[in-house]
Write a protein that binds this ligand. Sequence first.
Ligand SMILES: Nc1nc2c(ncn2[C@@H]2O[C@H](COP(=O)(O)OP(=O)(O)OP(=O)(O)O)[C@@H](O)[C@H]2O)c(=O)[nH]1
Ligand SMILES: [Mg+2]
Length: 381
Amino acid sequence: MPLLKTPRNKALLVILRTQDRSDVSFRESYEELKELTESALIRVLGAIEGNIHEPNPRYFIREGKLEEAKNRAKQLTANVLIFNVDLSPAQARNIEMLLKVHVMDRTGLILEIFGRRAKSKEGKLQVELAQLKYLLPRLGGLGKVMSRLGGGIGSRGPGEPELEHDRRKIRKRIQRVKEELEKVEQHRSLIRDGRKKKHFMTVAIIGYTNAGKSTLLNALTGAEAYVEDKLFATLDPMTRAASINGSTQVLFIDTVGFIRDLPHDLVESFHATLEEVRESDILLHVLDASDPHAEAQKAVVEMVLKEIDAANKKTVLVLNKEDLLDENRKKFIGSMWPAAVLVSAKQKVGLEALLERINEVCGSRKSQGKNNFTWSRHATI
Ligand SMILES: Nc1nc2c(ncn2[C@@H]2O[C@H](COP(=O)(O)OP(=O)(O)OP(=O)(O)O)[C@@H](O)[C@H]2O)c(=O)[nH]1
Ligand SMILES: [Mg+2]
């Protein structure tokens, strides 16, 4: 059976430590890749690890590691190797050819999750653009990461004329998707102008994936945004209103989560969504305070904000999942981030203090003190 048609639902993870990411431990990489893999609904059967001093141009890993991967995959009956690094299109192709097993890299895996999650027209277009850009240089391998996309693109054999035909088709489609996305952006920009005229305050909820952004949106506004203990549960931004002190109308915008080492192309594809972040009055940076890697995750989010020109916005740091913290951890994070607001979005704890802080930071209305501070969900807009 050609590899293209075989399933990719049982994975052997290949965890590599490279020179430029020597700060990330095997354990951390393994846990992240496992979560990503499971979020893509692929089962993890096992993992192998290796240190890479200098990537092999042909296969990224050396012969010995290839042999080990082959044997473990066979022994576990894995049908896909998932790498925690990004491979060049040729490297992925070469490994597939040699080992006769599907190969996915970290970006391919993230795109796979995005593809499953996007629901709105805009979300789907953004994901399709990212997938097409990823797919273009990868045509010609045995397995096509996104073969189900683009109306059968890549479903034929790897002959050169056919490949050229597919490439042309993809380039055309990229152009079309970009044009459609431009229309979406224009539409969004009109909506934003309308909000500005009505003096709404817009608050973008941003943060690392799985930090609890959608849970917080739901808690603050009574919305019913999709919440799940998986990475990238949210792909489509949702906007909901609440009012503070009966008058200040606030629009909260939920956004796609960030993750470290997101390829630039991928960030670019979410331009329309990220524009909402850039144009908002204030950012709520939600951090999972119970995660041992919270500090590193905060740094990643700040880096992405820089990349999208939103680093200088007024920001309130929200330390979420308070209910999971013991007293020691609370003290520790309290001293580390004294200006942050501690909440539990799930238990709806600390929300009034958070809204008061938002009100203060925006300076739109003088805070009236805790006792007579009110907010209502589902404000009419
Ligand atoms: N214990 C606890 N769990 C929480 C809290 N807030 C969110 N969670 C859980 O964390 C997981 C992720 O929550 P989401 O709201 O989907 O997180 P998100 O930041 O929107 O995630 P993405 O959309 O995937 O980026 C879910 O299982 C939530 O139930 C909290 O305050 N306490
Ligand atoms: Mg979410």
